[in-house]
Ligand binder design. Structure first.
Ligand code: MN3
Length: 259
């Protein structure tokens, strides 16, 4: 899917990320935690020493499933355009911004997001855009578990009462985000779950964001994420999207954040 890239550098990145994606796709939650312990682990929450799963690459990873895999909830053409055009552009523009602003693209993208106010608007839009989409693809999977288990299930019950109540509040945040943006489930610095939203390609890791935390789950409510199938009916897209939530992935992020 990145075959159009032809430079040696891109080829090398493609080979490296293909291997990583193949590994990640096959992992269970507990395996993800084991993998994370072998990677650089740093605090994601300003002022907190809280090891969490980090290390988002500056390059676009292969989509962990086929464009058709999320049908009937998200159609293949939307997935293809979203991944290969929109998200690919954020990744490319992030590389351009990083080159212009002397950012080491072998580092962690999270480090840039946490001090995004010291970079350009181009960096803010594209670092956010790239990070959010890399997370988004993994927040969805075909035929996922219908509910979380383990400590995430308990935390959702604790914070929202029931899973249904959580879904309603999360969907409301997504519906009520005016214009383009994202709705999120995060772990805050108080270690509690919270639901909120951000505009454009901002996210809760950014120092400029009014809503902060470590993102566990994010839904893209830009029209490019749903317009071909759902047109103006954002609420219908959100309802359908809830059938795709990859609870194992969300739980793995939560468990890591709480360690
Ligand atoms: Mn998008």
């Amino acid at each position: 899917m990145l075959a159009q890239e032809s430079s040696k550098n891109s080829r090398r990145n493609f080979i490296g990320t293909t291997v990583k994606a193949a590994v990640v796709t096959a992992l269970t939650g507990s395996q993800l935690n084991a993998l994370a312990s072998n990677h650089k682990v740093t605090s994601m929450l300003a002022g907190e020493v809280s090891p969490t799963l980090v290390g988002t690459s500056f390059t676009q990873l292969p989509l962990p499933y086929a464009y058709t895999a999320l049908e009937p909830f998200i159609d293949a053409l939307t997935m293809e355009i979203h991944y290969s055009k929109h998200a690919a552009s954020y990744a490319k523009n992030l590389q351009d911004a990083a080159a212009a602003e002397n950012v080491n693209t072998n580092g962690n993208l999270e480090d840039v997001l946490q001090k995004i106010s010291s970079y350009s608007t181009k960096m803010r839009n594209n670092a956010g855009g790239h990070y959010n989409h890399e997370l988004f693809w993994n927040c969805m999977k075909p035929a996922p578990a219908v509910a979380p288990t383990g400590i995430l299930a308990a935390a959702i019950k604790n914070s929202f009462g029931t899973l249904e109540a959580f879904k309603t509040q999360f969907a409301d945040a997504a519906k009520n985000r005016f214009g383009s943006g994202w709705a999120w489930l995060v772990v805050g610095t108080d270690k509690k779950l919270a639901i909120g939203s951000t505009a454009n390609q901002d996210n809760p890791l950014m120092d400029v964001s009014a809503f902060k935390g470590f993102p566990l789950l994010g839904i893209d409510v830009w029209e490019h994420a749903y317009y071909l199938k759902y047109q103006n009916k954002r609420a219908d897209y959100i309802t359908a999207w809830c059938n795709l939530v990859n609870w194992d992935f969300v739980a793995a992020r939560y468990e890591k954040a709480m360690q």
